[in-house]
Design a protein around this ligand. Structure first.
Ligand code: NAP
Length: 479
């Protein structure tokens, strides 16, 4: 088992420990992998450190060609990559293909962006001085990614880091390392100089600790839970290490009575049931104005009834399993908690077994009504296919209710009024606002959590800046 990629070579871990990877649709063992520890991480960081002068001094055109090659190779291997995503996450193959395409588009975008890293010449108040501002790559980057978007998350972090001229050590999630391995096989073919990209599949605490304490790592970029994000941020403060965090969310989804209900339902299907609700931007609290609660719920049920829940590898599956048993138990416990506190189950509400699903972690898509703010679904990330509907009367109150969260990642609302569109969007305290839009992300748009949802920006040009440092060169020209 040689699945750690360090200094241009495939290696086994020093410890000899292993990691088993399972398919959440049927609990089938997919692969047993070599599992790294602190010694392996140190080696990877050393390799990235050695490679930094090589990569950062390479011409933008040369860097661009390699990143472009990565994009092309991802497209050429689309089906294989997508099937791997489906096997390790359970997500439907159609979603996995989309994710793979987005990963390719990201590398394409950053292959262009690497040519546009410029500085500025400032005017000087002192006539004998000239002022030049240069933007330089920050150094070695430690990147940590989650399991829910395993391939594209690598592209969203490594694309801008590499475009900026940084070298990288990546730690993917334990449940989804197989896509990362395939991505690094592509990196190998694309022709990066040795040490520029390094892969550590290893113990999260050991990798995190080394990223925090190793002075050769100048930047940590992390996507995952707010709990781990806070731990890393606290650790990074010891060396005042630069850190970007994309963390959890608890998105409000507001349907005003003047909304196009079909459009709102279509959007909810994307943002609540896409990826089985396992996204940081997934809608968590569905606020529907009293007059349209019944018709909105009826339309939603009609659509959910037509969505096949099953093994993601089957083409007609729309909703796959949850990532593992503990994720399933968490979702079921949120449903039970809501029921105990007075919610009614309008649809679903249970684990799905039978018809070949018994070994997997399937939850029937669920609609809850009569939900109140004391229930876990109303303030904790459920990370599953549960839509808690909370009816509201007054437009004036709903903004405060929607903003009443420690999270601040995405928010959605639906209305036909242009005036309300602007007024509500400006008042919502979230980094991404979807107005009549259930999928508010494109490759080049900023993705930034407010409050405890994160710090820093991903996406497009904004992301490249996260991997650059600003330097002033002031020149006295009087000899
Ligand atoms: P998680 O438990 O925080 O794990 C994320 C990554 O951190 C994994 O690679 C994990 O490794 C690693 N990790 C865990 N403990 C660590 C430690 N002590 N030091 C260093 N790394 C550590 O989160 P998750 O449950 O996988 O992902 C779901 C969360 O991610 C949700 O909260 C979701 O909202 C958030 N998310 C946010 C965004 C965004 O852009 N804002 C996007 C997607 C997901 P192991 O897998 O080996 O444990």
């Amino acid at each position: 088992m040689k699945n750690l990629f360090i200094n241009g070579k495939w290696l086994s871990s020093e410890s000899g420990e292993t990691l088993k990877v399972y398919n959440p649709a049927n609990n089938e063992l997919l692969k047993e992998l070599s599992f790294g520890n602190e010694t392996d991480v140190k080696k990877a960081i050393d390799a990235a450190y050695q490679a930094f002068p090589v990569w950062s001094n390479m011409s933008p055109n040369e860097r661009s060609k390699i990143l472009r090659k990565v994009s092309d190779l991802i497209t050429e291997n689309l089906e294989d990559l997508a099937l791997t995503i489906t096997k390790e996450t359970g997500k439907p193959i159609s979603e996995a293909r989309n994710e793979t395409l987005r990963a390719s588009e990201n590398f394409l975008w950053y292959s262009e962006e690497t040519k546009r890293i410029n500085g500025e010449v400032l005017s000087s108040n002192i006539p004998t001085k000239r002022l030049i501002v240069v933007n330089q790559p920050i150094g070695v980057v430690g990147a940590i990614t989650p399991w829910n978007i395993p391939l594209n998350m690598i592209a969203r972090k490594l694309g801008p880091a590499l475009a900026a001229g940084c070298t990288v050590v990546l730690k993917p999630a334990e449940s989804t390392p197989l896509d990362a391995i395939k991505m690094f096989e592509i990196f190998e073919k694309a022709g990066f100089p040795k040490g520029v990209v390094n892969l550590i599949i290893g113990k999260p605490e050991k990798v995190g600790e080394e990223f925090i304490n190793n002075r050769k790592v100048r930047k940590i970029t992390f996507t995952g839970s707010t709990r781990v994000g806070k731990y890393l941020m606290e650790g990074a403060s010891k060396q005042v290490k630069n850190i970007s965090l994309e963390l959890g969310g608890h998105a409000p989804f507001i349907v005003f009575e003047d909304a196009d209900l079909d459009q709102a339902v279509d959007s909810l299907l994307l943002t609540k049931f896409g990826n089985n609700g396992q996204m940081c931007i997934s809608a968590n609290r569905i606020y529907v104005q009293e007059a349209v609660v019944e018709s909105f719920s009826a339309k939603l049920i009609e659509r959910l009834e037509k969505m096949k829940v099953g093994n993601g590898a089957e083409e007609d599956t729309k909703i796959g399993p949850l990532i593992n048993e503990s994720a399933l138990n968490k979702v079921l416990s949120h449903i039970e908690d809501a029921k105990d506190k007075g919610a009614k189950v309008l649809y679903g509400g249970e684990r799905l077994v039978g018809g070949g699903l018994e070994e997997g972690f399937f939850c029937k898509p669920t609609i809850l009504v009569e939900v109140n703010s004391k229930m876990k679904v109303a303030h904790e990330e459920t990370f599953g296919p549960v839509a808690p509907i909370i009816s509201f009367k007054n437009e004036e109150d709903i903004i405060d209710i929607a903003n009443n969260s420690d999270y601040g990642l995405a928010a959605y609302f639906f209305t036909k009024s242009t005036k309300k569109s602007f007024e509500v969007a400006e008042k919502l305290q979230y980094g991404i606002i979807g107005v009549n839009d259930g999928w508010p992300i494109q490759i080049h748009t900023p993705f930034a959590g407010h409050k405890e949802s994160g710090i820093g920006v991903e996406g497009g040009t904004f992301a490249v800046k996260e991997f650059l440092t600003t330097k002033l060169i002031t020149m006295n020209i009087e000899n």
